[in-house]
Design a protein around this ligand. Structure first.
Ligand SMILES: Cc1cc2nc3c(=O)[nH]c(=O)nc-3n(C[C@H](O)[C@H](O)[C@H](O)COP(=O)(O)OP(=O)(O)OC[C@H]3O[C@@H](n4cnc5c(N)ncnc54)[C@H](O)[C@@H]3O)c2cc1C
Length: 496
């Protein structure tokens, strides 16, 4: 392996998993990360005055046994097992989530419940054929009324786009197999009578998961430390500013860091950078159609307002979905309920108020003080605590937290992918924004594992065949089953 040197762009879950796997095979590597302090990317855990908080709470659950085993190997006993408690807040009521019929009926009241049932019956009798929008897809499964209470407002907060414009891909990936009947079955049938095979677990309904004692960032800090202890180079504060290619190969990348500009050469390059950014930074510029396709990929940004509240207990949930349109906050995490070690003083509670936004919009450009103040006011509006109980707060802005699935994203990704595979075969795209695939850590990690294995051992896995459950399906092309949104509803019809 002495002749190889793999340069990994980004030290998030995908980049560090690729590094971990390459290291296992003894392949020389360098990891370049623009963040000056944290590894873990979107799965990092930020720390202020001893309080630790995530960029959105990160559940560790995978249908892939290989990924579950890898987490155990990396973290051992530092991974706690957590029971999930999460509810939906809507019109001053807390609905259990996953939905429980008795609780939902009580909160909705008899008249609204009857309306929901009639609307569900109507949707089953008159389903939208070949649903392309998220609205039509969910309406088919739940009826319009339940859709508008339990999906519409929250989804529109998350994406900032009307549900009638969002592709059905998203719902099909995230809540596939779920319908009103499935939800009721899950709620009323005792666990021992429910399907036990791992593949039958529906993501949205998972009620136990693992979580590192000090948050997801702890896992990636452990992995970083193992790699550094093994002599591997992980450069923080190293932003990749250009990716240089010639003769049909990537030759080097330039980084801008604290010690100025450097050029790092390599034989293979694994990128977890957002595709749009990667293509923009190629030098010389790639052909116009490729640049135009990449430039059309869209993202949703995100910010967390973490507040420390002077109370030992506020609510039992790990997180609460805030569907209520009266406030801007979309979700509230209670990190102490994920792991007590996330707070240094058990008399206090640390909440993460999650706001979904676009870079440059009113929320994004608000000052930190304004955002903490907004959080304080919204907590009071929701009746969670009094404004004066908030001791202090901190904000973290996250660019490109979510790759957007609009009508054209598949075509744009395909243009980029086909060009790179043909013209620059030593550049390997993996991970979430790296493949413009809205997915959890397990998928990001699996794509990275396979890419690293291809480089280290000469296997020829097609990382685009890793599905959203982090399973590798040799028989179906990703473009048919995963990336191709048009085909996803067909899969649901087949399964129904
Ligand atoms: C709010 C939220 C909640 C989530 N909840 C869960 C959950 O419960 N469970 C779960 O498993 N997953 C969850 N995820 C998804 C998970 O965070 C991602 O799947 C995972 O982090 C993707 O890993 P990645 O390495 O592909 O990308 P990233 O985490 O985005 O890492 C990419 C890295 O590249 C770096 N980078 C970018 N540009 C450059 C550059 N030019 N030069 C150098 N470095 C650069 C970034 O700083 C970053 O560190 C959640 C995500 C979000 C946003």
């Amino acid at each position: 392996m002495a002749s190889k040197h793999v340069v990994i762009l980004g030290a998030g879950p995908a980049g560090l998993t690729a590094a971990y796997e390459l290291n296992r095979h003894g392949v020389p590597l360098t990891v370049l990360e623009k963040d000056p302090r944290f590894v873990g990317g979107l799965a990092r855990t930020v720390e202020r005055d001893g309080y630790r908080f995530d960029i959105g709470g990160h559940r560790f659950f995978s249908k892939s046994q290989e990924i579950e085993d890898l987490w155990t190997e990396m973290m051992g006993e530092q991974l706690r097992s957590c029971a999930r408690i999460s509810r939906i807040y809507y019109r001053q009521k807390y609905f259990d989530y996953p939905l429980k019929p008795v609780n939902a009926l009580r909160n909705l009241g008899p008249i609204e419940s009857m309306r929901c049932l009639l609307s569900y019956a109507w949707a089953r009798m008159h389903p939208v054929k070949n649903p392309r929008s998220l609205e039509d897809w969910v309406r088919n499964q739940f009826g319009y009324r339940l859709f508008s209470i339990f999906f519409k407002t929250y989804t529109e907060k998350v994406w900032g786009i009307s549900t009638s414009e969002l592709s059905a891909d998203w719902a099909a990936q995230r809540i596939k197999g779920l319908s009103l009947m499935e939800t009721i079955r899950h709620a009323v049938v005792p666990a021992r009578f429910q399907p036990h095979e791992r593949g039958a677990v529906i993501k949205t309904l998972i009620d136990r998961f693992r979580y590192p004692r000090l948050g997801p960032g702890q896992l990636w800090e452990v992995v970083r430390d193992k790699l550094v202890a093994g002599g591997r180079r992980i450069e923080l504060g190293a932003e990749v500013t250009s990716i240089r290619h010639s003769g049909g190969m990537i030759r080097s990348v330039a980084i801008q860091g604290a010690s100025g500009r450097q050029v790092i050469e390599g034989t293979d390059f694994i990128s977890t950078l957002p595709i749009r950014e990667l293509i923009e930074r190629c030098d010389p510029p790639l052909p116009t159609p490729v640049r135009e396709a990449a430039a059309k990929l869209k993202y949703r940004d995100f910010l967390t307002v973490a507040v420390v509240v002077k109370r030992d207990s506020l609510f039992p949930d790990n997180w609460i979905y805030i569907h209520d349109p009266a406030v801007k906050v979309g979700r509230i995490q209670n990190f102490k309920n994920w792991s007590p070690d996330m707070v240094p003083d058990q008399r206090a509670t640390c909440l993460g108020l999650e706001y979904f936004c676009f870079e440059g919009d009113g929320l994004w450009t608000s000052s930190d003080e304004e955002l903490v103040d907004l959080g304080r006011r919204e907590l009071a509006t929701l009746g969670i605590c009094r404004p004066e109980e908030v001791a202090w707060g901190a904000t973290v802005r996250v660019q490109k937290a979510y790759p957007v699935y609009d009508d054209q994203y598949r075509e744009h990704v395909a243009v980029v992918r086909e060009y790179l595979e043909r013209a620059l075969p030593n550049l390997h795209l993996v991970g979430r924004n790296g493949m413009h695939h809205y997915n959890n850590q397990d998928h990001s990690m699996m794509t990275a594992l396979l890419a690293a294995r291809n480089i280290a051992t000469g296997t020829t896995y097609d990382v685009w065949k890793v599905n959203s459950d982090a399973e590798y399906h040799e028989e179906a092309r990703a473009s048919d089953r995963e990336i191709g949104g048009r085909h996803v509803p067909m899969r649901i019809d087949e399964a129904a």
